[in-house]
Design a binder for this molecule. Structure first.
Ligand code: PLP
Length: 376
């Protein structure tokens, strides 16, 4: 029994949610017991929207109950014709693909590049007269080829909606990543670099976009007696917004802590043969959201995954399988040549990384990995 307890406390999960000091959160939510205003675009909702607009340098931000609904409503707000095709990546969290399909659109899967993001050089081949949009993902915080993608979008008159769930707070050539595309979508899920327990946001450029999203997330209600359009409910509540405001105060320190850990991982694993580390991109200020390691073969990847687990270290095969291969829509959608995406998917492992991890834990994980590879 004692041993089990010890094993439990020694357990290292792939991530651990960042939380502000308890007192800070309690202090923040105390007024809610006085004003009883728990949701419906309350004070904290307003504050978090404006704080994030400042922090991310985005003209308008619409907060949502979670990242998935942010993505779904961002796409819905564009009013694409039913059956329209959306070029996207299969190397992502299932949410990206579901958001497209739940809008009655068809995902068209495009292969990825060495940095795991959509291969812009293969996008044009997939465009048909039904194509309406491109939904790329900044995978692991690696930024897509935004200039090239924008050029294609202009040429074919397509919208671009970035799933920027992995890229909170990042900059590309000095510009906030949240500004890219027609809209960029963020997730503030508990497991993300910045969290609001659950939460998400659509980053947009114009007031009209913001108003459309407001209607979609709040039943189209504009005043007590006026409903202007059909909408659902995807509002962020005050407890979430309060958590977001508290966490935002510590975000820079959080990212700095992650950087120190990532630097140590890299130092330890740099010269290990049989693996490839994620290269940080030129011109990008990263947020150190994930630490993916690519192995030479699927067999070794799976062995290391197992081996780490036996030692209470929980890495993740993120993203495996490809969303295009998932049981729920296997073979329903076009997926031509996904050679690279499939290659990465079968060989990738995301190692534990979160601000509260210690250098000793990083050393233990890296040591085990090196030892296991040598024996594999
Ligand atoms: C987390 C995530 C989402 C969904 O966000 P939730 O807040 O969990 O709903 C979408 N896409 C990607 C790439 C994600 O990592």
């Amino acid at each position: 029994m004692e041993e089990t307890d010890k094993q439990m406390t020694d357990r290292i999960l792939v991530t651990q949610s960042s939380m502000p000091p308890f007192e800070e959160y309690v202090e923040m939510i105390k007024p809610l017991w006085e004003n009883h205003w728990l949701t419906n675009m309350g004070q904290y909702h307003k504050e978090l929207e404006s704080e994030l607009e400042k922090f991310l340098d985005v003209p308008k931000i619409s907060l949502m109950v979670n990242g998935h609904m942010a993505l779904e409503l961002a796409i819905q707000s564009m009013k694409f014709p039913e059956g329209g095709e959306v070029i996207t990546t299969p190397f992502t969290f299932i949410s990206t693909t579901h958001a497209i399909i739940r809008n009655k659109l068809k995902p068209v899967f495009c292969d990825v590049r060495d940095d795991y993001t959509i291969d812009y050089e293969k996008i044009e081949d997939l465009i048909t007269d039904k194509t309406v949009a491109i939904v790329p993902v900044h995978v692991y915080g690696n930024i897509c080829n935004i200039e090239e993608i924008q050029e294609i979008a202009y040429k074919y008159d397509l919208k671009v909606i970035y799933d920027a769930a992995h890229a909170f707070g990042e900059k590309y050539k000095g510009e906030s990543v949240a500004r890219f595309g027609d809209m960029s979508v963020l997730s503030f899920h508990a497991t993300k670099v910045f969290n609001a327990i659950e939460g998400g946001a659509v980053c947009c450029h114009r007031k009209e976009q913001y108003e459309k999203l407001y209607n979609l997330k709040n039943f189209g209600i504009r005043s007590e007696e006026l409903v202007v359009s059909v909408g659902g409910n995807a509002k962020m509540n005050e407890f979430q917004a309060a958590m977001g405001l508290c966490n935002l105060k510590h975000i820079e320190a959080e990212i700095q802590k992650r950087k120190v850990l990532v630097d140590r991982y890299r130092e330890l694993l740099m010269n290990t043969s049989g693996i490839r580390l994620n290269e940080y991109q030129k011109d990008v200020i990263p947020n150190y959201a994930y630490f993916p390691v690519l192995f030479d073969t699927p067999k070794i990847r799976n062995e290391i995954y197992q081996k780490l687990m036996e030692h209470g270290i929980y890495s993740r095969k993120y993203f495996y399988p490809l969303t295009a291969d998932q049981a729920c829509f296997r073979n329903r959608y076009r997926k031509l040549n996904l050679e690279h995406a499939r290659y990465f998917s079968e060989r990738i492992l995301v190692l534990p990384l979160y601000a509260a991890l210690t250098l000793e834990q990083i050393e233990r994980i890296a040591g085990l990995l090196i030892e296991s590879i040598a024996m594999a």
